[in-house]
Design a protein around this ligand. Structure first.
Ligand code: PMP
Length: 375
């Protein structure tokens, strides 16, 4: 059977590729894609060589930094917009409104430009000018508003919701939607329909475990749902949590929510509640890991040094989690995680000696890796 499978795979790859003038194999599998949105997803699954050798497992990272907007959130952005279109809520020239300070806004900006919608973003005014500038240059209208808690009606998410309702009232022909990434399950569906199936196909069904951190929970819940369904429950799935998130204790205590305590240098992950995206899958998880900032920052530097991977902190946290899951399972298992985005937007912090000292994290970087502290 194995020989037949290999032969079939190599025949398929011969048909789907040619060799270019430089001797490099070029895949024709995808051909021409329909506008920018066709370039979202189908990312490579990279074997992390050093960690795989160290653990005797296959540790694989899904290269989400290769999406057009540079992060895993492009998938959710496309799905929440497509969902609104399919439900007849958006017509050409309509308005998309979201509360976000990060990657979702960037993903939505690309998708909205490509599909001809206006994009309005609300974010807490504690966010960097760099983020505001980037969203504006990608065509979004940005409103930084006072940073108040979720429970407060002036929270940026509720302001985004009201803005969409206002525009919908004024311009019902073209329509306006609040895409509501935390509780809109079109976000999770992106991963049930794309990330999960891609991982299953790329590993030819040979994945034993999946782990990743959660912001909205879309990536973890959707990928878990698909991998568990397709494998008849055999693929194990683990939540990876930064300090300051309540989900680790929620999963490990069997469903009790505690007060948030502490914080983390990671951005875009860590959650204070069980979102709609997580709700149906959270009880099916096989466990949870909490990963310290010390381990995360060391892995940012290790991935750069050992694999040439320039990763943001949430990706590095995911890689630490994958290594710990591999150690838990023992040799000869395949563990998949998500490389959510690159370090480009965080370089002034992650590679700054001053910043590392201010977070008391410089000592977490081994001597041999300190040459990467260049800012
Ligand atoms: N990493 C980064 C850098 C992110 O921006 C996000 C999204 N906030 C995540 C991880 C988590 O993804 P999800 O929302 O699917 O849980």
């Amino acid at each position: 059977f194995a020989t037949t499978a290999v032969r079939a795979a190599s025949a398929a790859s011969t048909e789907a590729s040619t060799t270019n003038a430089y001797g490099i194999r070029v895949s024709q599998a995808q051909g021409v894609v329909d506008q920018l949105t066709g370039a979202i997803g189908n990312t490579p699954l990279i074997r992390l060589r050093h960690l795989s050798e160290q653990t005797g497992c296959n540790i694989l990272g899904k290269a989400e930094f290769q999406n057009p907007g540079g992060s895993v959130k492009d998938r959710a952005a496309l799905y929440v917009v497509k969902d609104a279109e399919e439900r007849g809520l958006l017509k050409p020239g309509g308005t998309v409104v979201e509360g976000t300070a990060g990657n979702t806004g960037i993903g939505l900006a690309h998708v909205c430009r490509a599909r001809g919608y206006r994009l309005v973003i609300y974010m807490p005014n504690t966010q960097s000018q760099g983020k505001i500038d980037l969203l504006r240059l990608l065509g979004a209208e940005v409103y930084p508003v006072p940073a108040v808690a979720w429970e407060n009606p002036e929270n940026y998410n509720w302001q985004a919701k009201r803005h969409a309702e206002r525009v919908q009232g004024e311009d019902p022909e073209r329509g306006a939607v609040w895409t509501n990434q935390f509780d809109n399950v079109a976000n999770r569906r992106a991963h049930v329909e794309t990330t999960g199936p891609e991982i299953w196909a790329q590993t030819e069904g040979g994945v034993d475990a999946f782990t990743c951190a959660t912001g909205t929970g879309g990536t973890l819940a959707g990928t878990t749902r698909y991998l568990k369904d397709v494998s008849g429950g055999k693929v194990k799935s683990f939540l990876a949590d930064p300090p300051g998130s309540v989900l680790y204790s929620y999963v490990s205590s069997g469903g009790q929510l505690k007060e948030r305590q502490g914080g983390s240098i990671t951005e875009g992950i860590g959650q204070g509640r069980v979102t709609e995206n997580l709700k149906t899958e959270v009880d099916e998880l096989d466990g949870a890991l909490t990963i310290s900032d010390e381990k995360t920052i060391e892995m940012v530097y290790r991935c750069l040094d050992e694999e040439g991977l320039y990763l943001g902190a949430s990706s590095a946290l995911n890689v630490v989690a994958a290594k710990e899951v591999a150690e838990k399972l023992g040799p000869n298992h395949t563990v998949v995680t998500v490389l959510c985005d690159g370090a480009y937007r965080y370089a002034d912090r992650l590679f700054s000696g001053k910043w590392l000292e201010s977070k008391k994290l410089k000592d977490a970087i081994p001597e041999r890796l300190r040459r990467y502290i260049v800012l």
